[in-house]
Design a protein around this ligand. Structure first.
Ligand code: DSN
Length: 415
């Protein structure tokens, strides 16, 4: 690692970053919302742009000296619009949740009704969880996936809309492995006169690459993060129809945030640029192929895959046939050098801190260059770890094999 100055000034933080670097290099990262950014993204993120205050928007700032950050933000906006075919883009949200706050506050008032997918069925905290601002400030009506198919039940959804008359439909998910029918939701939104907001944080990279349906033509507002499948810096993004442009911008700043993080916006611009390249499409296709192969291999080993498979970068594994909870599996797999997160499965009998499942995603391992053959190997390690969960020595031996595999697909080689 070449953070020589940091090493001198603050050895404790240096050591922690170094430890994390080697964790990332040596382990198999299967958390569906994580990825490895390029060195170009990292350089923009670590740049002197962090020094600049730039409240406002390009050419309309509350500070002097914004000529260069204006260039950066204007490029980021134009690239985001082009990448997603959007009429308007705001690249300032600090996170996906922040983007969702802006979307809600632009379109509806506290107390209004919002319909969103239940968190334990694949939704997100900011889609209406009672402990989140969304659940505290709006009346939330959640929809569940169908108990048999584990798919979104659009007929049920429409019945709920008819009964509850929400002002806003929040679509999108953080753990739904199948394709959403955005056009159908748009028809419901039109029929029942409500806004259609879509959170594509998880699918953004696949959508940018054109291999997953885009809600941009249908939704009033689309929110996203930039750090998951899109493989950019940690941050948020809002796309919208032109008619909402002023409203969205005003609600995000000064309504919801102060100064934009210009170094992060520069890194977002770099990631949008990288996502326009043909090899990004190939990467996203491989992400999906890898997820499908890994799900299939685990199924062959006796694990039930929620909804029977995946059309995207992630899937959930129901662990009940193996008599282990998601919480325990997460710990066991960590010991074997495999990082996943416990996750509720639909209609989970276990509480959210225990769970019956784990969520698995392939964006990060695919960035390393792994393909279907390696997915077979990974499935074997997962199964071996779960079978030999009580044998610390065995788990250690898997960790060594995992290290061997990750060494074949090196990461940040000159760090
Ligand atoms: N917490 C993120 C995830 O892991 O999916 C979503 O914001």
């Amino acid at each position: 690692m070449y953070y020589e100055e940091l090493k001198k000034v603050d050895p404790q933080i240096y050591e922690a970053i170094r430890g994390e670097l080697y964790r990332q290099k040596d382990n198999l990262e299967l958390i569906a919302s994580e990825n490895y950014v390029s060195k170009a993204v990292l350089e923009a993120l670590g740049s002197i742009l962090t020094n600049k205050y730039a409240e406002g928007y390009p050419k309309k700032r509350y500070y002097g000296g914004c000529e260069w950050v204006d260039v950066v933000e204007s490029i980021a906006i134009e690239r985001a619009k082009k990448l997603f075919g959007a009429e308007h883009a705001n690249v300032q949200p600090h996170s996906g949740t922040q983007a969702n706050i802006t979307a809600y506050l632009s379109l509806i008032e506290p107390g209004d009704t919002v319909i969103g997918l239940n968190l334990s069925h694949g939704g997100h905290l900011s889609h209406g969880h009672p402990l989140n601002f969304s659940g505290r400030y709006f009346k939330i009506v959640t929809i569940n996936v169908n108990k048999d198919t584990e798919l979104i039940d659009y007929e049920e959804m429409e019945k709920t809309i008819e009964k509850e008359r929400p002002k806003l439909i929040m679509a999108g998910a953080s753990n739904y492995s199948r394709k959403w029918d955005w056009e159908r939701i748009k028809k419901m939104a039109d029929a029942w006169k409500c806004y259609f907001v879509c959170d594509i944080a998880h699918y953004a990279g696949l959508i940018a690459a054109g291999i997953y349906p885009s809600p941009v033509p249908y939704a009033d507002v689309v929110t996203s993060t930039t750090h998951k499948t899109l493989r950019g810096p940690r941050g948020g993004l809002i796309l919208s129809k032109k008619v909402y442009a002023k409203l969205i911008d005003r609600t995000n700043f000064p309504g919801n945030q102060g100064g934009p993080l210009m170094h992060v916006i520069a890194a977002k611009a770099v990631c949008f640029y990288e996502a326009m390249k043909p090899d990004f499409v190939e990467y996203q296709k491989q992400v999906v192929k890898n997820a499908q192969r890994l799900a299939k291999e685990l199924e062959l080993k006796g694990y039930r895959i929620v909804s029977g498979g995946t059309d995207c970068h992630l899937f959930s594994v129901d662990l009940r046939s193996k008599n282990i909870t998601g919480k325990d599996a997460e710990v066991i797999l960590d010991k074997a050098g495999i990082t996943v997160n416990k996750n509720t499965i639909p209609y989970d009998p276990q509480p959210p801190l225990i769970t019956s499942g784990i969520r698995i995603g392939t964006p990060a391992v695919t960035t390393r260059g792994m393909k279907e053959k390696e997915m077979e190997e990974i499935a074997q390690y997962i199964d071996d770890a779960i079978i030999h969960r009580d044998d610390e020595g065995y788990l250690k031996s898997i960790k060594e094999k995992v290290k061997g595999l990750t060494k074949r697909f090196p990461l940040y080689i000159d760090f």
